[in-house]
Write a protein that binds this ligand. Structure first.
Ligand code: CTP
Ligand code: MG
Length: 241
């Protein structure tokens, strides 16, 4: 049984969705009549997490509050934070909000865990959330991932293959990614001192900013990231099965 502890979900929705090439940012596009962001918030609302921090673009705060959070009764969304130009900046803004709450005494600083999730993954399930929590309580830093079905090749900038990692050791990394709060915040501050790194997920922060290991927790192949136009149709289909 999972113990109700201090679990905070950070749901990211401050991206531009450039690869989707749509007028409306992808996190607000309709999937079975509801905005994509609705599905991630619903999953966390109905889960064991105590609180949700929603990260959105500056212009979308009022819209999200009224048309998503209030409209659907997502009472666990206690704070809406504005994001930054890069995903890792959006995450960092949310982490600073968590720190402020701890300093103010509104949150317990001990046993504080954060689950970071892309709203572009509307197929997240309660099972995934529970597995992520169980994993992070045991290892302090975990990512949800699935074994790669395809062979992965590492190439150089010219598109020439350099090597082929053993397929059984390659994984497709998803979200949520979950961390002990202190470990993640310290790692962020360490990594942000040198900005040459292209940071594409939060595990990289812990890999580069601490000596702590990051463990893989097996997720679900359906938990796809909606990135390009065909993914909207795939997500709609997957929700039906
Ligand atoms: N995200 C964010 N802040 C950013 C960039 C991304 O909160 N500055 C969020 C997105 O809203 C998305 C998640 O991070 O839910 C994963 O990012 P990605 O799939 O790359 O979305 P976008 O950055 O919006 O899309 P693209 O890269 O195609 O522009
Ligand atoms: Mg992006």
């Amino acid at each position: 049984m999972l113990k109700r502890d201090n679990y905070i979900a950070i749901v990211l929705a401050a991206g531009q969705g450039r690869r989707m090439q749509s007028k409306v940012a992808k996190q607000y596009m309709s999937i079975h009549g509801k905005p994509m962001l609705y599905y991630s918030l619903k999953a966390f609302q109905e889960s064991i997490v105590d609180e949700i921090i929603l990260v959105v673009g500056e212009e979308e705060v009022d819209y999200c509050k009224e048309h998503i959070v209030e409209r659907y009764g997502f009472s666990k969304v206690k704070t809406i934070v504005t994001g930054g130009n890069e995903r890792y900046v959006s995450v960092y803004n949310a982490l600073q909000t968590v720190e402020d709450e701890i300093v103010r005494g509104n949150l317990n600083g001990d046993n504080q865990y954060v689950l970071i999730h892309d709203s572009a993954r509307p197929l997240i399930t309660n099972q995934i959330i529970e597995d992520a929590i169980e994993g992070v309580v045991n290892n302090k830093a975990i990512v949800i991932a699935v074994p790669s079905k395809d062979t992965i090749k590492i190439a150089d900038e010219t598109g020439t293959i350099e090597y082929t990692p053993k397929r059984s050791l390659t994984y497709i990394i998803q979200t949520p990614q979950a961390f002990e709060f202190d470990l993640l915040l310290k790692s962020y501050r360490e990594v942000m001192k040198c900005t040459s790194l292209e940071i594409t997920d939060d595990a990289m922060i812990v890999e580069h900013g601490s000596n702590h290991s990051v463990k893989i927790v097996e997720g679900n192949y359906k938990n796809i990231k909606v990135t390009t136009p065909e993914d909207i149709k795939i997500a709609e289909m997957l929700m039906e099965v």
